[in-house]
Ligand binder design. Structure first.
Ligand code: SF4
Length: 691
């Protein structure tokens, strides 16, 4: 039987590696890396290597399911669409919330966004970037004018000094970790700041082990030292930026001097001074960060502080420099670009900007108009509104989202889902969230549809249909387009191919203007914005000016605030969370991949040996972990990698999702929850007791 090798994009992290799927008889039977991809250059991490294993899992949803009392019955598309239409018509636009997905394609998210604004006329639209990427969008937009990675993945390998914080790059983005090794092979130094001694820390030339949540304190301290030593880049500051003096006053305060910050963060004074010297004297320095920095209450301030550091040292707009926010999921960037946000149309066009609003109205041409020009609820606010009295959100459509596991404050989300009068979920498996749905729709996965995704470095790349979806499952763009047609909007949603949707996106989204489906189908894809001189798109942003109105970078002074929650006698340990190399997000896909499950298949918490001794816990014990809000049971791992007083738990385990511990309503201006600042207690279970 003949084998086909078809290139497509790995469905897991934002690196966007190209993987060749091996297809035989309409079955994906394996993967091999793609040598032509400039992103992964013939390499894959374990998740990419086994990304085919969940595709033909027998649990895949194959037909629409409709709730009848406490059970679901299989249905066909017509019946499902008519039930959805009938129910959605019962609610006003303001009572309906929509969630897109960072795992779906650009076309899926674009069509969902158009459906929300044009068919339902609701502004309440968001997706899970709220939890990981929105701090970047907000923070970097204020400083630079756009909230995206400034340079490229390969560019990291050109840097002389890499400052990595809040990113365990070698586990979370292993293929990007290769660029750190490349840079080190030509003499670069790696400064790594994190609460844990991770695989990335093992590669560091300078490891700054600090208490979780100290980011702004450490960054302000380093910047103050750079100024005191006269290492700031005056010419860059004078010609390319504004508001420097106010910023300078803040970071030169006594409270940010190394003596003070050392005491509060646990990093030695010498190491803080050395970090400042290395960053201040490097010819090129780049910052890498991920959710450890941005996925926090205060994440916006953390991001602004990073932007300040790179402007202070003139490390913007050149090779080997820049602020590089590494997206967690495969299409976080694309879902944001496509406008699955409550305040923006595609390309971050403010929905309240009259000119932009009118242009969208004209392009789409809905006879009945579109949603009003106002910002809607974000994901956090939507679930809160579903619980309010009077109830503000009554119906929701969730596409590729499993908030019951992946969002903070599990009990609140559960109550909100239960309280909804009508819930539609489209997904590839019957997720935990589906239990609360009225209608569940079977969606095609990454290997069963054509389209595009955009990786963390703004590179738009092709995904390809290599096999047929199971049963009567369809791509999300098609599910939503067909629903729109049933609801009377045939003129706006009659797409025959994905190419037509992509073409429309390039008209609506000015950042994608100049791209064609053919061009992004090349092994290199295309960067956005396309620009006028660089046919592959602009790989490095802000070479000459920033994107704000006056073209200047803006120094935004930020002060370090201690977390609201501090360890005390009752909850003496600080819980920090993160990802591991073997699993992705809530595990909907990786928990159905045998080889990944064989590596790690149960929840655990990492505890320092000295804490384990005080709490009388041995390696492998089942323990209870309790916060002020909730508690859970998992296995203890005694490790030297965390600081005493700190415990670490991966986020990827449904069986013990730590979301009960996380505080959705402590969100900052971006709506990002307090995911990393939770204090807990731990205790061994009674022998023969709970299991
Ligand atoms: S999970 Fe990320 S780093 Fe690993 S193969 Fe997939 S895209 Fe590449």
């Amino acid at each position: 039987m003949a084998l086909d090798l078809i290139p497509t994009i790995c469905p897991y992290c934002g690196t966007g590696c190209t993987v060749n799927l091996i297809v035989q008889n309409n079955q994906v039977i394996g993967t091999i890396p793609n040598n032509r991809s400039p992103v992964n250059e013939g390499k894959l991490c374990p998740k990419g290597t086994y990304c085919h294993q969940f595709i033909s899992n027998p649990d895949r949803l194959k037909k629409p399911l409709i709730r009848r009392g406490d059970v679901f019955v299989e249905s066909d598309w017509d019946a499902a669409y008519h039930i959805i239409e009938k129910h959605l018509k019962m609610y006003s636009p303001d009572e309906i919330g929509i969630l897109g997905s960072a795992h779906c394609s650009n076309e899926d998210n674009y069509i969902l966004m158009k459906f929300a604004h044009g068919v339902l006329k609701t502004c309440h639209l968001d997706h899970c970037a709220r939890k990981c990427h929105d701090s970047t969008i907000n923070g970097l937009s204020l400083s630079f004018g756009m909230g995206v990675m400034t340079n490229t993945i390969s560019d990291i390998g050109e840097s002389d000094c890499i400052f990595c914080l809040g990113s365990n790059t070698f586990e979370q983005h292993p293929i990007i970790g290769r660029q750190i090794i490349r840079a080190k092979s030509h003499g670069a130094v790696l400064i790594y700041a994190d609460p844990r001694y991770t695989p990335t820390a093992m590669q560091a030339d300078l490891f700054l082990q600090f208490y979780s949540g100290s980011d702004v304190g450490v960054l302000n301290c380093i910047m103050g030292e750079i100024i005191r030593k006269g290492l700031e880049k005056r010419s860059f500051i004078d010609t390319r930026t504004r508001d420097y003096d106010a910023f300078r006053r803040v970071v030169l305060q006594r409270c940010y001097e190394p003596e003070q910050i050392s005491r509060l963060t646990g990093i030695s004074e010498e190491d803080l001074r050395l970090a400042a010297e290395w960053i201040g004297t490097a010819k090129t320095c780049t910052v890498l960060y991920a959710m450890g920095l941005s996925h926090n209450t205060g994440g916006v301030n953390n991001v602004r502080a990073v932007a300040n550091l790179m402007m202070l040292t003139g490390n913007i707009g050149r090779r080997g420099t820049g602020v590089n926010a590494l997206c967690g999921q495969s299409n976080v960037q694309g879902a944001c670009d496509a406008g699955c946000l409550p305040d923006s149309f595609p390309g971050y066009q403010d929905v309240t900007d009259g000119q932009k609003y009118q242009k969208i109205v004209k392009t789409w041409n809905f006879e009945t108009g579109i949603s009003p020009p106002k910002a809607g609820y974000n994901i956090t606010r939507m679930f809160r509104a579903a619980l309010e009295k009077p109830q503000k959100i009554k119906a929701m459509i969730l596409v590729g989202e499993n908030p019951l596991v992946s969002d903070p404050d599990q009990e609140t989300i559960r109550e909100a889902l239960k309280n909804l009068k009508f819930l539609v979920v489209s997904d590839i498996f019957f997720t935990e969230t589906c239990q609360y749905a009225d209608v569940v729709l079977p969606a095609a996965c990454f290997a069963e549809k054509d389209g595009t995704v955009t990786n963390t470095e703004r590179r738009v790349q092709r995904i390809r249909k290599v096999v047929s979806p199971p049963g009567i499952a369809k791509p999300d763009w098609q599910i939503i387009s067909d629903l729109a047609c049933v609801m009377g909007f045939k003129n706006q949603f009659q797409y025959k191919t994905v190419n037509e949707i992509f073409q429309e996106m390039t008209e609506v989204n000015p950042l994608y203007t100049g791209m064609t489906y053919e061009k992004v189908s090349s092994p290199d894809g295309m960067f956005w914005p396309v620009g006028s001189t660089d046919s592959g798109g602009l790989s490095i942003l802000y070479r000459e000016k920033f994107s704000g109105i006056d073209g200047k970078g803006v120094f935004c002074p930020v002060e370090w605030k201690f977390h609201a929650e501090q360890p005390d006698k009752k909850y003496p340990l600080l819980l920090t969370t993160g990802r591991i190399i073997w699993h992705s997000q809530s595990g909907t896909m990786t928990w159905r991949s045998k080889n990944l499950l064989d590596e790690v298949n149960d929840a655990y918490i990492e505890i320092h040996g000295s804490d384990a001794e005080s709490f009388r816990i041995s390696d492998g014990d089942m323990i209870r972990v309790s916060s002020r809000e909730s508690s859970m049971i998992c296995k203890a791992r005694i490790v030297p990698d965390v600081k005493p007083g700190v415990v670490f738990m991966p986020i990827n385990f449904v069986s013990a999702a730590m979301n009960p511990f996380l505080n959705a309503f402590g969100a900052d201006i971006s709506g990002v929850s307090s995911n990393r600042h939770i204090c807990v207690n731990i205790s061994p279970l009674n022998p023969g007791g709970e299991k």
